[in-house]
Design a protein around this ligand. Structure first.
Ligand code: F6R
Length: 616
């Protein structure tokens, strides 16, 4: 968590840092701060608890002295609450250096005791201040800032991105990373650092990822990257594919509203370039047929919404490629001694590509000899770099903290991967594959229809239900993960207790929750495509209806069988049974967003959350 930005160049750094932090605020928003080396060569710092606006207003009223070198931070608290003191940057003991940190320093207690034993005192409760004090001490001992920075990076355990500035080095920003993101933005006569490219996208599209255990020394004209021992390392730059406007709200009421509306495009972009003569061929997987033929099973690892996409992927991969698939929550995976080896493909799914639980699962899989494939939305992120192969989702930047278009794009990438795998393994009939591809290509227009035809209806429903205290969601087959996602969206956006269940499971216990008036959303599969599942779920609806539930169904256009048992019917177009989640989740996203809005909540930055969870 936490967003980091650094700048060195010819322009005043304060506004550049604040604008960069505004684009990174999704990573954490409980406090923020900046430090600048002023034109007089002094270090000035300002940091404030609360959202970035508090700092911005403070700086507008009392700006720092101008300076062209600076660093900034927006925080998601781990060690110590969101206070001014715990906000970053943290200073060295002589006040001449400022350091900011993202991640968790696992040996911080040991380091703090060591420093305390030498007479150092602490102003904050954070693990990060330890790194700042240590850096000051090492600099005094070694007399060389870069050597001191390397020494500190080598002493820390856990996950960290560190960036620092010192009065003695006015045009220099230093950065280091381990298990936590840091990207360089390469400008002309100026350079940038950011937790992701959003931090500097309005200034440059040319970026360079810093690898694991590497250090960068950045000036206005040069970036020098080494390992922690100071040996030079190879670097490659890349062009950022999206534009600054993609991470701006435009005229939308919220990023979430914008991102829900962008879902047709997210699907189309994720399919684009991956269909050849009616078959799916993923160019990124060229040359990997032997790998795909050599596996006997797949384990999907992911967290939260991405794991629900993974569950949809399990159904699709098993159906179309006949490779057995297991799904693991990434944070459970390596702690349960999973049986994996060279014949296992571990597929990780992560929008950010930085989720620590998922990253650690991928690393563990590699240590066990498994092959790894990353499905990721963020170019140059850590998880794809740590994987044997990557299939990018092309949802564009997702800024709202709760995932919407990334979920849709993750499911799309998994469908595409399943069709690719079925073709490579020769188990998917080409004619059937062509039908699936055609259906997938028709999805963007169908999502658009759901948006056009159901949005107002769903918003009205949410408005009526603004006082609701608990909501249940039921689905079968691929409708089950959608029910989980519907419940998660409602919990995180509207702070309402919500649960998703496999509809068949209800009678084994949860049906006891049903009391008169209890709202229950039911995802109804197509009666034409899945008659058996359809009749089962109609029975499930009757069971809850008989106990007084208020039933809201999401059903295919023209499905009349649900009408006698439904209080509300939300319609989605007919699609292939495997693709139903791409349509059915849309009303649930709108519902959660609208209900949160009706309650006066901030849908882009729900309480206690951060977009990128870089702690385990
Ligand atoms: C929920 C949500 C989270 C993420 C999860 C994984 O709306 O956004 O559950 O899906 O934290 O994040 P990524 O995909 O970045 O690994």
């Amino acid at each position: 968590m936490c967003g980091i930005v650094g700048y060195v160049g010819a322009r005043p750094s304060q506004d550049i840092l604040i604008a960069g932090l505004a684009r990174l605020e999704y990573r954490g928003y409980d406090s923020a701060g900046i430090a600048v080396i002023t034109d007089d060569g002094a270090l000035e710092m300002r940091k404030r608890a609360g959202k970035l606006k508090v700092l911005r207003d403070d700086l507008a009223a009392h700006p720092l002295t101008a300076g062209n070198t600076g660093i900034g931070h927006t925080r998601w608290a781990t060690h110590g609450g969101p206070t001014d003191e715990n906000a970053h940057p943290h200073l060295g003991d002589d006040g001449k250096l400022a350091l900011i940190h993202n991640g968790i320093i696992e040996n911080f207690a040991e380091l703090r005791d060591e420093l305390a034993g030498q007479g150092y005192t602490f102003k904050s409760e954070t693990d990060s201040e330890v790194a700042a004090l240590l850096l000051g001490r090492e600099y005094r001992e070694l007399g060389d800032m870069l050597a001191a920075f390397r020494a500190v990076a080598g002493r820390l355990e856990g996950a960290f991105t560190l960036i620092a500035v010192h009065e003695d080095l006015p045009g220099v920003v230093l950065g280091a990373r381990r298990n936590s993101p840091l990207v360089i933005g390469l400008g002309e006569g100026e350079n940038f650092l950011g937790s992701d490219v959003a931090a500097f996208i309005e200034h440059t599209h040319l970026a360079m990822a810093i690898g694991q255990d590497q250090i960068v020394q950045m000036t206005a004209d040069a970036v020098v990257v080494t390992d922690f021992e100071g040996n030079p390392v190879d670097t490659t730059s890349f062009e950022v594919m999206w534009d600054a406007s993609a991470s701006e709200k435009g005229g939308w009421s919220s990023f979430m509203a914008k991102e829900i509306a962008e879902q047709p495009e997210a699907v189309a972009n994720t399919v684009r370039g991956r269909v050849r003569d009616g078959a799916v061929v993923i160019p990124e997987l060229d040359g990997l047929d032997d790998l795909l033929l050599g596996i006997s099973r797949i384990v999907i690892v992911a967290c939260g919404t991405a794991s629900y996409a993974g569950l949809v992927g399990k159904y699709a991969i098993e159906t179309w490629s006949r490779v057995p698939v297991e799904l693991d929550l990434a944070h459970e995976f390596r702690y349960r001694a999973p049986v994996i080896g060279p014949d296992t493909l571990v597929v990780s799914i992560s929008q950010s590509g930085e989720t620590m639980d998922t990253l650690m699962a991928v690393k563990y899989a590699r240590e066990q000899g498994a092959k790894t494939l990353s499905i990721c939305n963020t170019q140059g992120a850590t998880i794809p770099r740590e994987s044997d192969a990557v299939v990018y989702t092309h949802a564009g930047p997702e800024v709202a903290v709760a995932s919407t278009k990334a979920f849709i794009a993750q499911m799309t990438a998994l469908y595409v991967f399943a069709l690719h795998l079925g073709r490579v393994r020769g188990v998917l009939d080409p004619a059937d594959a062509a039908v699936h591809v055609q259906e997938l290509e028709s999805i963007p227009a169908k999502i658009q229809r759901v948006l056009d035809e159901e949005q107002a209806h769903v918003e009205q429903l949410a408005h009526w239900m603004a006082d609701t205290r608990a909501v249940l969601f039921l689905g079968r087959h691929v409708g089950y993960p959608v029910s989980l996602e519907g419940a998660l969206k409602l919990k995180e956006l509207a702070y309402i207790h919500a649960e998703g269940f496999a509809a068949g499971e209800l009678k084994h216990g949860p049906i006891a929750l049903i009391e008169p008036g209890q709202p229950v959303f039911v995802l109804v599969p197509s009666p034409r495509e899945s008659p058996l599942l359809h009749s089962k779920i109609v029975s499930n609806i009757q069971e809850i209806r008989a106990r007084g539930a208020r039933v809201i169904v999401i059903a295919e256009e023209g499905d009349a069988a649900v009408l006698p048992y439904a209080d509300e019917v939300l319609r989605v177009p007919l699609t292939g049974p495997m693709f139903e989640p791409l349509l059915a989740v849309v009303p649930l996203q709108i519902f959660a967003m609208a209900l949160a809005t009706a309650k006066g909540l901030d849908v882009d930055q729900p309480r206690n959350l951060a977009k990128s969870v870089t702690v385990e």
